[in-house]
Design a protein around this ligand. Sequence first.
Ligand code: CMP
Length: 168
Amino acid sequence: MAISKEEAHWLYPALKQIEFLTFCSLGEIEELTQSLIKKHFKKGETIVREGDQGDYLFLLYSGEVSVRAKSGMFGTKELTRLGPGSYFGEMALILHEPRTATVSAVQDTDAFLLFSTDFRKVLERNDALARSIEAHAAKRRQDRELKRREAAYDNSRTLLGRLFGKSK
Ligand code: CMP
């Protein structure tokens, strides 16, 4: 889908407010903007799946998505909902690790997709950007570990409640 003039105008501040892109110059943001593609996702559609390999970062233009991750032995838990101006998918893009969560469209959603190869071209030339990404990734990993521990704690309380007949 082609990017309209109005969308191009929206994109500069939207990209610039992404923490790890604040170190990008005007020219670099321009370069990233030109490499974006726009995609529509229908309500209910899965955009990325936990555990899959991923090559794109998604910047939401309209709509809403739900971010869910595995929790406990069989369940999943909603981590957050994201709307216009938010982004997701940076973990796989930056760390080359499998997707850490499943993201699906809660409403019809339009997003701009940034392909990892285009992002890496900018990253290779910008040390400050590389450092800021490392810090961002470390924080996300910490958040994830905290959520994992909370879920393990919840599960053990549920199990104890069942065993001894007490509710949580
Ligand atoms: P990635 O792992 O590439 O794909 C799934 C995305 O969900 C992930 O990148 C993040 O952008 C997003 N995500 C994962 N965990 C959280 C969280 N706790 N809060 C907000 N977004 C998250």
